[in-house]
Design a binder for this molecule. Sequence first.
Ligand code: SF4
Ligand code: SF4
Length: 114
Amino acid sequence: MDNFGFTISKGRQIDYENNNRFIAEYIHEREPSFRSCIECGCCSATCTTGNFTRFSLREIQILIKRGENEQVRENIKKCMLCGKCILVCPRGVNTRNVVTLAREAFQKELKNAV
Ligand code: SF4
Ligand code: SF4
């Protein structure tokens, strides 16, 4: 059979049933404003780290809520906790605390796995 260099794209469904929701639930319990995010991206647009690296707090929050944590684990360490994102968030999300809690949850998850 001729190879035209094309393949069928992999399915991209979000598997909420089987994804790991531990990080999202950990944040939800401790920082209720996490639920108010409308994914507008204002935080990413103003982010100090995002200006210099491939880092987006908006994307990070979406992935955490989906339970797709693997891409977040290392990336979230780039945040400098400067707090600029809190100033521009139209929904009053305490983004700095969200980042801090996410880091904490990843640490706990690591300890529980040992
Ligand atoms: S600015 Fe606020 S509402 Fe918008 S994506 Fe960031 S955290 Fe969510
Ligand atoms: S606290 Fe983190 S996510 Fe928010 S603007 Fe500063 S570096 Fe970006």
